[in-house]
Design a binder for this molecule. Structure first.
Ligand code: NAP
Ligand code: ZN
Length: 351
């Protein structure tokens, strides 16, 4: 089968590790389903893999991609069929052990053996076929194209959990979303707006700030030293209730200064570096909560799909490119010029 994979991780030019070629069609083991992939979206995670930065040690070549929409193709031995073969599906991309205390409790994202597709021992989704736990399959929401659905499992689920599972914001609250162009940031912006929050985004780029305002963000502020003061001005000096932080070092100081006393900063990424000045005095004096967030549980994925159905949420797709143009899409992801999600078309849409 054709696949997009990393030949190795690291080196001076990580994008040179990207290759498109033939890989064997995988056989599903017990508990797994094989999905015939039609659309898969790119994430910063794929760039980390090309850079050799992985949560668990991985072997190469490694098929990239965490997100998949497609049709059910086959099941492993002794695996109850979640949906009949041929059914259009989207997959929750988290794989957990199912046996540990976390898995048996309410939040399996805390599993010690947690992995996402393309991580640890699991191949990714940028291929004609991919394997996912049968229990991770969900019906492709009928209101979405497969390309839109392929945006949900990583970026949209991460944003959904940051807002509701972690920050626990409510309608009427003000949230600051750092970065107006990234996959998680555009997802958070759309979800927060539809859930009745006041949304402030930051971006380095004037066009991206304008686009955010046109989509319905209440305010768009230029990233940089003056941002915190501007945000305090927009909130009558009070500060925002919650900050969604995925940019890291470039925006951390603004996050700490723009949040209200007692407010929350949820961190799910650090694209520009993971070690900003912590400013502990500010954290304790203003009684801030800083919390991490990663992906989301199966129940949160189901809740996201329900939210999308009732709210009219539509994932923001920058573009859908054929497999042979994936290297250019990876370059755009690395340069940060995409607006929303980059999707790779693997096979024609199922319906
Ligand atoms: N924990 C999880 O489960 C999880 C899930 C998904 C993603 N992530 C992580 O979250 C981060 C975001 O990923 P993503 O795919 O949404 O997008 P991304 O391509 O990493 O971009 C994120 C944002 O960073 C901003 N940015 C990039 N370079 C910058 C710089 N030098 N200065 C200021 N801002 C800069 C961009 O904003 P502007 O260009 O608009 O300024 C963009 O909106 C990544 O680090 C990723 O690994 C984590
Ligand atoms: Zn577990």
């Amino acid at each position: 089968m054709r696949a997009i994979y990393a030949t190795r991780g690291g080196g001076d030019d990580p994008l040179a590790n990207l290759e498109i070629g033939e890989r064997p069609v995988p056989d599903p083991p017990p508990g797994f389903a094989r999905v015939r992939v039609t659309a898969s979206s790119l994430n910063r995670h794929d760039l980390w893999t090309l850079q050799g930065v992985t949560g668990e040690p991985i072997t190469f070549p490694r098929i990239l991609g965490c997100d998949v929409a497609g049709t059910v193709d086959a099941y492993g031995p002794q695996t109850p069929e979640t949906f009949p073969p041929g059914t259009p599906v989207v997959a929750h991309s988290l794989i957990t052990c199912g046996r540990c205390e976390a898995c048996l409790g309410p939040d399996e994202t805390l599993c010690q053996h947690f992995a996402i597709l393309s991580d640890g021992p699991y191949e990714g989704t940028l291929a004609e076929y991919t394997l996912v736990p049968a229990a991770n399959l969900f019906l492709l929401p009928p209101q979405f194209t497969d390309a839109e659905a392929a945006c949900l499992p990583t970026a949209y689920l991460t944003a959904f959990r940051m807002l509701f599972g972690r920050a626990r914001v409510r309608p009427g609250d003000t949230v600051l979303i750092q970065g107006a162009g990234g996959g998680v940031a555009t997802a958070a912006e759309a979800i927060a707006r539809l859930a009745g929050m006041r949304v402030i985004v930051t971006s380095r780029d004037a066009t991206r700030r304008q686009a955010a305002l046109a989509r319905g963000a209440h305010h768009a502020v230029e990233t940089g030293r003056a941002a915190a003061g501007e945000i305090l001005g927009l909130t009558a000096g009070r500060g925002v209730d919650a900050v969604l932080e995925t940019v890291g070092e470039a925006t951390w100081a603004t996050s700490l200064r723009a949040v209200r006393p007692g407010g929350t900063i949820v961190v799910a990424g650090a694209t520009t570096g993971a070690n900003p000045k912590a400013d502990l005095a500010r954290i304790f004096w203003r009684q801030l909560t800083v919390m991490g967030s990663t992906m989301g549980s199966r129940a949160e994925f189901a809740a996201l799909l329900r939210f999308a159905e009732v709210s009219g949420l539509t994932p923001m797709v920058d573009s859908v490119v054929p497999m042979d143009q994936a290297p250019a899409a990876f370059r755009r992801l690395a340069e940060g010029t995409a607006l929303g999600k980059l999707v790779v078309r693997i096979a024609p849409q199922p319906r």
